[in-house]
Structures are given as structure tokens and as C-alpha cells.
Design a protein around this ligand. Structure first.
Ligand code: ATP
Ligand code: MG
Length: 580
């Protein structure tokens, strides 16, 4: 990506138009040509191939939605495959969280024709056999140069590489060494197996790339069975071919790897390991969202330096974090669909995702009342000790979902900024002499306020009109401009509410060599003690509500306890970051 900019892709401005997706065009062409008509196999087989070395993030969601989505739309199948060729960095813990996140996003590797959960490590025997074949056929050799010599003999973009002195070793000698590598006779780095292609190729990936290396390391699945491990660039294409993948979809940075992808599959097909048609690799532009970072290294830094509270901190762009934040799989899927699949890198504004969230949550989320910055309002003429039941729809557009009820009494909490002793121009909420409606309750007229020694307003006074209750005949006689929300003091649920905001203040915090940690938003998390309508006591962890006038909030799935929910703000009602 050359220059970071923020723009909404054209396709995102018209949600009704189908987003461009060159992969669909490719698949349509392959279907028309019958490219992948094979007995007993679908015409479209894709895969999602993470390395189990970290938590999935929103970028991976793009890949998941693309691969599983195409398989779904073309009645094909998508394999869940772990590319686990790096014994040192991989762990079962990551396998578990990745599977959990894929399922949460709404996809499944258990499909009509069986379960398609695979591990590249399951193919180690086959990959080994193919390497023996490549060596025997003269397509690979054991190189015994030092790592330093190998690096300097590789050349660079302007200088061709130099052949290894071991390049012309006989296949028999290489094969013998390879078998002894496998038997554990050598130390890490003593020998390496390389494909024999072209040390002068302008494509560095074709300068005799390594295919097997010695690593005396424990693997999370194969244990201590192996002390040699296949390289990723060798394993990946062959795993695709073993699994009969048709469209192998990856991000643009792998474009330069495609010639080797094709080379290694073609050589092994010549050796009888695969039949035509073999998989083909297609590269698409990765998802870049503004205001976040997705590099695993940088995300790890945020966790390890305790800038956030863990991988599942609700501010993290990890799927575990977004899930805790109250983001929905449907909103993420919608964003992935709407932003299309293209071949040129660009930035998607974070507001596109937030827009998808609002679109998904608005029709679903039950409404509730929350006072986030409470100020006491005393209704002086309301009978002491009395409560009156008020009611409002669970959802304004879904009367069939019924009503919720909550009491009003002499003292209620209102938002501190719904009162001004001296109103600014155009302010039509509470100020002395003005009338407002307490939403779903009564019309009240402000009579004044109480202040502490510093002059801070600590309570507001008013009188109510007993015949003004919402939903009664008398209410029509009252015309007021302001309509404010409130919660009865005696029947309020006091709850911790976290007001999350973007983690970074810069739209491209890590582009152009910038230090992303300089752009941390100091206001990314604010915790308040709020008063909620009493029904919120029963909120289930993970349940999302619209707190009227404030936005969408989820009962935190980790820290809520029965009867005492903690809420996370998912997203505000409006985009507060929109360019002025
Ligand atoms: P990162 O480099 O960000 O840590 P990765 O590519 O190393 O991610 P993998 O586990 O190898 O992580 O990724 C699994 C799949 O997800 C790959 O096919 C990769 O191309 C894809 N992927 C990763 N990031 C993005 C992104 N931002 N947009 C689209 N696809 C992505
Ligand atoms: Mg990768």
C-alpha cells in the first residue's frame, strides 16, 4: 500500500448495489467452462487456512466470510485448515479460540458431505514422501551451506543469486542426507532441502526456495515424531492439492509466491501425486480498516504492555474482543459483503462497520432506559411514598413484542445535561420555568435547583401535572418540546457501564512508519456508575439493548453476574467521528 488515505470505497456508498467481487466472476467462468467438474466433488472448494499462532482479528473475518461465503453461495464446501508448520510458535490454545471464533461468526466446517477440519500436520507423511520424490527426480537437493552463505548467495532484487556448491549433488546423495535429517542425525540448521529452480530468477521466491528444515522441536499435534518440518510455502500449495481445493484465496502479498505454488503442485502432479485439475491461487486486497491495527505483533504488544486488558478487551479488533464488545456476526458479515472483494488495496472507514452494526442492532435490540450521568430530579407535588406504573414498547416498530413497565415516584434520576440553570440558546430541556415530558411518564415544570458549597447543581425541583400521563387522554393537552428519559430513584438498578470508544485517534495509526502507540485515544474507555430501569436486573450476559438516546449496550459476558450486569457500549446511535 503506497499512501494511507481514508476513503469509503464506491461500493459502500450504495448498499443496495451488489459489491464487486472478482472471485465470483472467476468462479462463474470456471463453472461455465466446467474447469472443476470432477466425479464426487463439488465445483467450488475453498479453505480458510490460519496459522494457530494468535487470535483472529477483523482482517481474518474478511477471509472467513469470503471463503465460507463463496462455498455457501455456490453449494460447494469450505475447509477449515490449520497451517501448522511452525512448531515453536503454535499452540492448542490458539486452535481452540480460532475454531470458536469461526463458529461464532456463523460458519461451520461440518457440512452436508462431512466434516472438513484439517491440519497441515496431518499431511506430514505425504509431504515427506513428495519431498523424497522431488529429490529423486532432480527437482530438489540438500544444501549444506551455512545460513550466512545461503543468505549472501541468494542475491537481491538487483543482483542474481549464486548457485550453491551443493546444488549438483546427486539425487542419491541428497536422498541419503534427507533420510538422515529425518532420522535426527543432524543439528538444527546443518542441512536444508531446497527446490531446484533458478538462482537468477527475478522472483526471489524462485531462487531455490527451502522446502524442509531441521527443527528439533515439539509440535502441538505431532509431538516429537518429527525433527524436520516442511516450510510454509511448500506445505500450503500441497495441502490445497491434497484437499482438492479449487480456488485458493489469499491476500495480495502472496502474489509473488504464486509461481512457486504452481511449480510445486505441477512437479508433484508429474510425479503422480495429483490429478488435473489442480488448485489455483487467487489474491485479493486485504481488509484495512481505519482506526485499528491488525498486525499480530502489534496486537500482542497492546496486550503484553497492558495497554488493553487482554486479547478479549472490548476495544481490541480481535474477534474475541469484538464479540465481548457486543459486535454481532451479522454486522461483521454485512460489512465484509458490502466492502466487496477487489485486487487493489484501500482503506475502509471504521464507520462502515459501525453503520452495519447499527443496521443490524436497530431492528433487534429491545429498548431500555439508562441514566449515565445522574442528577436527582425531585417532583415536589408528587405524593410521598406513591409509585405509578408507566409503560413503553419493548421495540417501537414491533408492537407484537409487547411493553415493558417501570414505576415513577417522587424522585427520579435524569441526565445531568438535561438541566441547565441558565439555558443556552435553543435549549429546550429542563430549566427554571420550562416544561418537559418525562418520557412515557408525566409533563413536569421546573421550579429551581439546589447547589452545594461550590455552586454545583446537586438536585433539581419540579412539579408534575397529574393529568398529563403518556397514553392517557389528558396527555394531548400538553405540548412540550423536550422529552427526557429518567429512572425512578427508589427502583433503579445501579450498574457499571463502560463507555468504549476507538482505541486510536489517528485513522491510520501504523501506516507510513508511524509509531502506533503515539495515537492511543486516552478516552477509549470511561467507566461510569449508571442507573438503569429496574428490568435490566434480568439482562443476560451477551444480550444487547438500545439505551434510548445513548446507543447500543451489551451485558458483558465475562464480568456480569446474575442480577448485577455490567454493560459495554457497543456503538453510539450516531457517528460521532464523522468529518466536520
Ligand atoms: P497477520 O499477518 O495480520 O498476523 P496472518 O496472515 O499472518 O495475519 P494467518 O493466520 O496466516 O495470519 O491468516 C489466515 C488467513 O487470513 C490468511 O489466508 C490471510 O491471508 C488472511 N488474512 C489475514 N489478515 C487479513 C486481512 N486483513 N484481510 C483479509 N484476509 C486476511
Ligand atoms: Mg500468514
Amino acid at each position: 500500500m503506497s499512501k494511507a488515505s481514508t476513503h469509503k470505497d464506491n461500493e459502500t456508498s450504495n448498499p443496495a448495489a451488489p459489491a464487486p467481487n472478482f472471485l465470483r466472476n472467476q468462479i462463474n467462468a470456471d463453472l461455465a467452462a466446467g474447469t472443476y467438474s470432477r466425479v464426487g466433488l463439488p465445483n467450488v472448494i475453498t479453505r480458510f487456512p490460519p496459522e494457530p499462532n494468535g487470535y483472529l482479528h477483523i482482517g481474518h473475518a474478511k477471509s472467513i466470510c469470503t471463503n465460507f461465503g463463496l462455498a455457501r453461495d455456490y453449494a460447494g464446501r469450505c475447509h477449515m485448515r490449520f497451517d501448522d508448520t511452525n512448531p515453536e510458535k503454535e499452540e492448542q490454545e490458539y486452535v481452540d479460540t480460532i475454531l470458536d471464533s469461526v463458529r461464532w461468526l456463523g460458519f461451520d466446517w461440518k457440512q452436508a458431505d462431512g466434516e472438513h477440519l484439517h491440519f497441515a500436520s496431518d499431511y506430514f507423511d505425504q509431504l515427506y514422501a513428495m519431498a523424497e520424490y522431488l529429490i529423486s527426480a532432480g527437482h530438489a537437493y540438500v544444501d549444506s551451506q551455512s545460513a550466512a552463505d545461503m543468505a549472501s548467495n541468494r542475491g537481491d532484487f538487483s543482483k542474481p543469486g549464486v548457485n550453491s556448491p551443493f546444488r549438483e549433488r546427486s539425487p542419491a546423495e541428497s536422498l541419503d542426507l534427507f533420510r538422515r535429517m529425518k532420522a535426527g542425525e543432524f543439528k538444527d540448521g546443518e542441512h536444508i532441502v531446497r527446490a531446484k529452480i533458478d538462482m537468477a530468477s527475478p522472483n526471489m521466491n524462485l531462487r531455490d526456495p527451502a522446502i524442509y528444515r531441521i527443527r528439533h522441536a515439539h509440535h502441538h499435534r505431532t509431538g516429537d515424531k518429527w525433527c524436520i518440518y516442511p516450510m510454509y510455502d511448500y506445505t500450503h500449495p500441497l495441502s490445497d492439492a491434497i484437499e482438492n481445493i479449487t480456488h485458493s484465496i489469499c491476500t495480495l502479498e502472496f502474489q509473488d509466491h504464486r509461481p512457486f505454488y504452481d511449480w510445486v503442485i505441477a512437479r508433484c502432479a508429474e510425479g503422480g501425486f495429483f490429478q488435473q485439475p489442480v488448485p489455483h491461487q487467487y489474491e485479493f486486497a486485504r481488509l484495512n480498516l481505519t482506526y485499528i491495527v491488525t498486525s499480530k505483533r502489534k496486537l500482542r504488544q497492546l496486550v503484553e504492555e497492558k495497554i488493553v486488558e487482554g486479547w478479549d478487551d472490548p476495544r481490541m479488533p480481535t474477534l474475541v474482543g469484538m464479540r465481548r464488545r457486543g459486535y454481532t456476526p451479522e454486522a461483521i458479515q454485512l460489512m465484509c459483503e458490502r466492502t466487496g472483494v477487489t485486487k487493489s488495496d484501500g482503506w475502509i472507514d471504521y464507520s462502515v462497520l459501525e453503520g452495519c452494526l447499527r443496521e443490524d442492532l436497530d431492528p433487534k435490540a429491545p429498548r431500555a432506559t439508562a441514566v449515565l450521568r445522574p442528577l436527582k430530579l425531585i417532583i415536589d407535588n408528587f405524593p410521598e411514598g406513591e409509585t405509578v406504573e408507566c409503560s413503553s414498547p419493548v421495540h417501537p416498530h414491533h408492537p407484537e413484542r409487547g411493553n415493558r413497565t417501570f414505576p415513577i415516584s417522587k424522585e427520579v434520576w435524569i441526565e445531568a445535561d438535561d438541566f441547565m440553570e441558565e439555558p443556552s440558546k435553543g435549549y429546550f430541556r429542563l430549566y427554571p420555568g420550562n416544561k418537559v415530558r418525562l418520557r412515557y411518564g408525566y409533563v413536569v415544570e421546573c421550579t429551581g435547583c439546589e447547589k452545594d458549597a461550590e455552586g454545583k447543581v446537586i438536585a433539581v425541583h419540579c412539579n408534575y401535572f397529574a393529568d398529563s400521563k403518556s397514553g392517557t387522554e389528558g396527555s394531548a393537552n400538553y405540548k412540550v418540546k423536550g422529552n427526557i428519559h429518567w429512572v425512578s430513584v427508589a427502583q433503579a438498578l445501579s450498574a457499571e457501564v463502560r463507555l468504549f470508544d476507538r482505541l486510536f485517534t489517528d485513522p491510520n495509526p501504523d501506516s507510513g512508519g508511524k509509531d502506533f502507540k503515539q495515537f492511543l485515544n486516552p478516552q477509549s474507555k470511561e467507566t461510569v456508575t449508571a442507573y438503569l430501569e429496574i428490568g435490566m436486573t434480568a439482562a443476560n450476559p451477551g444480550e444487547v439493548f438500545q439505551f434510548e438516546r445513548h446507543g447500543y449496550f451489551v451485558a458483558d459476558a465475562v464480568e456480569s453476574v446474575a442480577g448485577k450486569p455490567v454493560f459495554n457500549r457497543v456503538v453510539t446511535l450516531k457517528d460521532s467521528w464523522a468529518a466536520a
